[in-house]
Design a protein. Structure first.
Length: 281
């Protein structure tokens, strides 16, 4: 392996979900503002062409695939530079449906991408970050991790699982010099609510229509009209990671004008629970 002096000096990023949305915006921002070497991970080379044209190095990879394949593909890409500074786990998709409507296979599929995918990537890069004594991991979960929402309960569960694992890893890896940040974005103007990113459970139970149909219409109306700008979100995150002292990177980042409201609702539920707590059992 031959690494040029220029490559040694430049930060090395791996960004999943780089074919669209916030992941794509982060990959582009890291290349443009930091002159970073960015390995852009997505399902197909064709989908990664826009970021490749901008200077990213495409890594066609299904993060939901077998762990050994994910690790082998990523390590083969990184062998050209010999290091990894930043991992951004931004891959994911929305699964709609009532909890009862969601099959085991559908639940497993969304967990494979939204939870096990990031877990595989973290396990792949952490040995290198531990040896180097530094590194940053950004896990993009989302405000649905705060509360179980009708029509997206299993999706929210996959993101809540990622949030819980991220918080545990923060305590495990921080003493080793690896900063792990949980990113909770609200709604941003990305293709996330469009066909291909937003899947529907195969079964439909009419009894739930009165509850779920208005929510689905609301998502249709929101598609393309989300309040957040993904480029501004990417700029904020890249600026955060670029700080000289990794300890200045917070453990939790709320992104978007609608994100604090979700956190407030979670706090309200906790306060309600405290009114009914029984501690003398």
């Amino acid at each position: 392996m031959f690494v040029t002096f220029d490559e040694v000096q430049r930060p090395v990023w791996v960004v999943t979900g780089a074919s669209s949305g916030v992941g794509q915006a982060i990959a582009l921002e890291a290349v443009q503002s930091l002159n970073a070497i960015v390995f852009a991970v997505g399902r197909t080379e064709e989908a990664l062409q826009p970021v490749a044209d901008a200077g990213c190095r495409p890594v066609p990879l299904n993060v939901a695939g077998p762990a050994e394949d994910v690790t082998a593909s990523l390590m083969a890409a990184l062998s050209s530079v010999g290091k990894i500074d930043v991992l951004v786990n931004a891959a994911g998709y929305l699964l709609e449906g009532a909890v009862e409507e969601t099959s085991d296979d559908e639940a497993l599929d969304v967990f494979q991408t939204n939870f096990f995918g990031p877990l595989r990537l973290m396990r792949a890069v952490l040995p290198h970050m531990r040896r180097a004594g530094h590194g940053v991991i950004l896990n993009v979960a989302g405000v649905d991790a705060y509360e179980g929402k009708p029509n997206a309960g299993v999706y929210g569960a996959s993101k809540a699982a990622l949030a819980a694992a991220t918080e545990a890893l923060q305590r495990e890896a921080d003493p080793l010099g690896v900063r792990v940040c949980l990113v909770q974005p609200g709604h941003f103007r990305t293709p996330f609510l469009a066909r291909g990113h937003r899947l529907r459970a195969g079964e439909t139970i009419p009894d739930y229509d009165a509850v779920l149909a208005p929510l689905r219409r609301g998502l249709n109306d929101l598609n393309g009209a989300q309040p957040g700008d993904p480029r501004r979100a990417a700029r904020a995150l890249v600026d955060l990671v670029a700080r000289d002292d990794l300890r200045q990177i917070p453990f939790l980042v709320l992104l978007g004008s609608d994100a604090p409201a979700a956190a407030d609702r979670a706090r309200a539920r906790l306060e309600q629970a405290r009114r009914y707590e029984q501690t003398d059992l």
